[in-house]
Design a protein around this ligand. Structure first.
Ligand code: C2E
Ligand code: CA
Ligand code: CA
Length: 568
């Protein structure tokens, strides 16, 4: 592109004249020599060699059709099917009647008939062909994704909307593809591998669109969109289409999630179709096999429900419909478990839907950033509650609050938290911050920096859901944390699944190496508790002791041995 812009500014251009007749070459060379640097080739094979070597500097090829070794048609065909050479315009030189049509069909930009016309006409034709080609390349480069050659998102939607208008709203299907865990591939195997992967998928998508018609784009770092004329039995054809896209992706297990909106005649516009395909894509929870989901009535009502929750959120905050429950944590290092702290977990008492569990709205609020408001509300409530307990009970109950991955990007996070603790006369260490492990994998450096600053200000950090993310041992060693909280799914089967039992053992070992205490949550039975104790787990949270309860019920769960000791 840079190269092209330089040339556009009227700098230097090179033209290749290919003709087996030396006199014809000389005549053309003399006509154009004062405007361009001229290269010559006596036949098609020699021409191709020069074209390949000079592909970055060559502005035009003047090509005779009848030559030995390789004729002009052969050269033209090869250039048009080559990924890089197609950009170089070709003017065909011919004396043959009818050859013009064939050459234009093969992709020639123009033709000049022999014997040659007056030099001015030839010069004008050459200049015009070069300018047209350069403009076309600039347009191509601005509208395409450099890596895959597919449209970029902006032009894709622009052309798609035009396509809809031109075709009188012909039924179209929208497909959204997302490579699962793409950042992990980049991290594990390097950016080059990631790029190669994108290129391969881009190429397969390109071939698919060539077969079905329509257009496609790379819509994000790991996402693609495809807009194709409606296929009535798309659901049945999806496996075949998918196998076209994810075939040949190499031995490393790459999985693609695909959301589909199949046109049902309801007259949606392109944006709405893609928004629905996107919802179907997000609905796929399976990150480990290539799978697809089609937008349907059930997803539609789910979407309407989500929309309603988003709309209701501000009012719910004002009216205090969100209430914070607390679930106690017990220290099990001694024979008798000792109450040590509690986790704040939010519930929404909705006037229409009743009590809504956070599983229904946290991810939704994370998607649009609303979680920041809600989290701040919960932190305020939790800090005020610690203060209240302090006054009522005479000692501090440390409380852990959840810090969403979205909060990590708030540059004022530390100030916000400090304001909250100061307002309630608390030491920062009384508010424990739970950050889920997968957030670390999302943006390791950012989170490490934020967490370091938080710890410098005395906040304690617990890594939540440990085992579910993708922390490397290397990263863990450099992580500034104060406790590891094991993912519940390992605890669930710890009694009957040897693998899970051993995994928990390994995770506890890791915590030992890092010299931080281990918390197990989701403990429901005495057997689980005993096993965890045997493995050296420090702290337990779960229904075995108590479900999350309203703040007033916590006093009844505090053991007499409670010493008001170290948090976690
Ligand atoms: P989490 O942080 O991993 O919280 C633990 C979840 O496990 C809670 O579900 C808790 O009620 C549940 N749990 C605790 N012990 C047991 C047990 O023995 N058995 C079973 N089956 N479940 C148990 P909850 O309250 O529904 O919260 C779900 C998730 O929502 C939380 O997972 C957390 O990621 C998120 N969340 C909750 N409150 C907030 C909040 O204020 N802010 C943010 N950002 N996320 C929150
Ligand atoms: Ca948590
Ligand atoms: Ca957890």
């Amino acid at each position: 592109m840079q190269e092209l812009l330089k040339r556009k500014k009227g700098l230097h251009r090179t033209v290749l004249i290919v003709d087996d007749d030396p006199i014809a070459r000389e005549i053309l060379g003399a006509m154009l020599g004062d405007m361009y640097t001229i290269l010559y080739a006596p036949d098609g094979a020699a021409a191709l060699e020069i074209i390949t070597n000079e592909k970055l500097t060559l502005s035009l090829v003047l090509l005779d059709l009848h030559m030995p070794v390789l004729d002009g048609y052969g050269v033209l065909k090869m250039m048009r099917s080559d990924n890089e050479l197609w950009r170089i315009p070709v003017i065909v030189l011919t004396s043959e009647k009818g050859a013009e049509v064939k050459s234009l069909q093969l992709g020639a930009a123009d033709f000049i008939t022999k014997p040659y016309e007056v030099p001015d006409v030839i010069r004008a034709r050459v200049k015009h062909a070069i300018e047209l080609a350069e403009d076309r390349i600039i347009i191509h480069e601005t509208e395409r994704d450099e890596l895959t050659g597919l449209f970029n998102k902006e032009f894709f939607f622009e052309y798609g909307r035009r396509l809809d208008i031109q075709n009188g709203n012909m039924p179209m299907d929208a497909i959204v593809l997302e490579i699962s865990r793409f950042h992990i591939f980049n991290e594990l195997y390097g950016r080059n591998y990631g790029n190669l992967l994108l290129k391969k998928i881009g190429k397969n998508i390109h071939e698919l669109v060539c077969q079905t018609g329509g257009l496609a784009c790379r819509s994000s770092s790991s996402g693609f969109c495809i807009y194709i004329p409606h296929i009535s039995d798309l659901q049945d054809k999806m496996p075949k289409l998918l196998s076209m896209i994810d075939e040949d992706l190499g031995s490393r297990k790459v999985c693609i999630r695909v959301g589909v909106y199949s046109d049902d005649g309801s007259g949606l516009d392109m944006d709405q179709r893609f928004s629905r395909a996107g919802i179907a894509c997000q609905n796929i929870k399976d990150y480990y096999t290539t799978s697809f989901d089609i937008y349907n009535a059930e997803l539609h009502s789910k979407e309407l429900h989500s929309e309603r929750l988003i709309n209701d959120m501000d009012k719910a905050l004002e009216e205090k419909q969100f209430r914070v429950y607390y679930q106690p944590k017990y220290n099990i290092r001694d024979t008798i478990p000792v109450f040590s702290s509690a986790e704040a977990l939010v519930r929404w008492f909705h006037p229409v839907y009743g009590m809504i569990s956070p599983d229904e709205f946290i991810a939704l609020f994370e998607d649009n950033g609303l979680i920041r408001k809600l989290d701040r509300y919960v932190w305020n409530e939790a800090a005020a509650q610690i203060k209240r307990w302090k006054e009522e009970l005479g000692f501090v109950i440390p409380v852990s609050v959840n810090v969403s991955r979205v909060d990590i990007f708030n540059p004022r996070l530390v100030e916000v938290l400090k304001e909250i603790t100061e307002k309630n006369d608390l030491e920062n260490g009384m508010l424990l911050l739970e950050i889920t492990e997968s957030a670390y994998a999302d943006n390791a450096q950012q989170i490490i920096n934020t967490v370091k600053t938080l710890r410098e200000h005395g906040f304690k950090i617990e890594m939540d859901d440990f085992g579910s993310g993708y922390s490397s041992l290397n990263m863990l060693a450099s992580l500034p944390i104060d406790a590891l909280k094991l993912d519940m799914k390992f605890i669930k089967n710890i009694c009957d699944n040897k693998k899970d039992y051993r995994l928990v053992g390994i995770m506890i070992e890791i915590a030992r190496l890092l010299e931080v205490p281990v918390i197990a949550e989701g403990v429901e039975t005495k057997e689980q508790l005993e096993l965890l104790k045997k493995l050296g787990c420090d702290i337990i949270q779960g229904y075995y002791f108590s479900k999350p309860v309203p703040a007033d019920d916590i006093a009844g769960l505090i053991t007499p041995e409670k010493k008001g000791e170290a948090p976690c």
